[in-house]
Design a protein around this ligand. Structure first.
Ligand SMILES: Nc1ncnc2c1ncn2[C@@H]1O[C@H](COP(=O)(O)OP(=O)(O)OP(=O)(O)O)[C@@H](O)[C@H]1O
Length: 335
């Protein structure tokens, strides 16, 4: 079953321009001028139920605008959108009962009342029957380890404690689809790991679909089977994380420590077309392979060994973070 089905989904904003001075203000009154910003530009997105998808992109790429359309907060300018079988904006009342939302920067809990009371209010809002509520909440409270926080007002909680309560709040009504916007922002490594583990568990046990926006690529590595990358309102990549790494990790870099001093010119001569060289000191060099895969590496070693003793050789892996940063910087065509 499909959780999200978007075709040609577009959102434009009108930005009104103010002309300078009093005359400008007067002219604005009579005839306002505006420019149009296309925040989301005709995207096609299908997400099957049970998938965990990372939705990433630079600041201003259009992620929040997409999420706001998917959750029914904003009405699309054009395109077709079905989420959990609903038109999110038009059928908002029934639709919101099928989704959960966590915005890392904003709270859905009431600041001054005890966490327990916030949960109760949400239970009423979502009309969750008492029987289903009790056992489900007990489980959430246990897994998220928030039992000791229930009687405290939200304003007294640390960020990590609050995030765990936010997650419980978003899952009170057992939604089929959860939107998480920067769920681990500002959290320490241990809390991040707990939250990721919890999300994996929710996905596996309940088959909950998760759409996650984050600037923290390790969230994506830990959780997502699929990445959708947005650039200036358009999808520039939609596929597996591993494929993204393989396709765009670029030329392999090999770090050498030679047994003897060696000149850059000699290395260039011996290696020929196979690699480009960067010198760190007389014995330490980095080779950037011009041929992909393992053949390039063994070819290079074969060429060097007759001339110079190799003390250490290490293949440098490009991290996903580096790949993504490069794609943001250069665009996917040049990565
Ligand atoms: N209400 C609005 N009115 C006018 N322009 C807007 C509005 N909301 C967003 N935009 C513009 O739309 C574009 C996409 O913004 P959006 O907030 O969706 O990006 P984002 O990928 O979520 O960025 P970030 O990672 O910084 O949150 C930006 O150019 C932004 O300035």
């Amino acid at each position: 079953m499909r959780s999200i089905e978007a075709k040609g989904l577009t959102k434009e904003f009108k930005l009104y321009r103010s002309r300078p001075g009093l005359t400008g203000a007067f002219r604005d009154l009579l005839n306002r001028q505006y420019t149009t910003v296309r925040a989301v530009d005709a995207i096609d997105l299908s997400v099957d139920s049970g998938e965990v998808v990372g939705y990433i992109g630079e600041n201003g790429a259009g992620k929040s605008t997409t999420i706001k359309m998917l959750t029914g907060i904003l009405e699309p300018t054009s395109g077709v959108l079905k989420v959990n079988g609903f038109d999110p904006h038009r059928e908002r009342e029934s639709f919101v009962r099928t989704i959960g939302v966590v915005f890392g920067q904003r709270s859905q809990l009431w600041w001054d009342i005890a966490v327990r009371e916030s949960f109760r209010l949400l239970q009423k809002l979502y009309r969750v029957p008492e029987g289903a509520y009790g056992s489900h909440m007990d489980r959430l409270i246990e897994v998220l380890d928030i039992g000791s926080l229930l009687d405290q007002p939200v304003r007294k909680l640390s960020l990590g404690q609050r995030m765990r309560c936010e997650l419980a709040a978003a899952l009170i009504h057992q939604p089929r689809l959860v939107f998480l916007d920067e769920p681990t922002i500002g959290l320490d490594v241990l809390v991040k790991e707990n939250i990721r583990q919890f999300l994996r568990q929710v996905n596996q046990e309940y088959g909950t679909t998760i759409l996650l926006t984050t600037h923290d690529i390790s969230d994506i590595e830990a959780l997502c089977h699929r990445v959708v990358m947005l650039d200036r309102g358009r999808i520039i990549y939609d596929g597996g994380l591993e494929e993204l790494r393989q396709q765009w990790s670029g030329k392999a870099r090999i770090r050498f420590v030679f047994g003897d001093r060696v000149s850059l010119r000699n290395l260039q001569q011996w290696a020929g077309e196979v690699a480009d060289w960067h010198k760190e000191d007389d014995r330490r060099f980095i080779a950037q392979l011009n041929t992909m895969g393992e053949t390039g590496m063994s070819d290079l070693l074969n060429r060097l060994t007759p001339h110079v003793p190799i003390q250490e050789v290490r293949l440098e892996e490009t991290t996903t973070e580096e790949i993504v940063r490069r794609i943001y910087r250069e665009g996917i065509r040049h990565a």
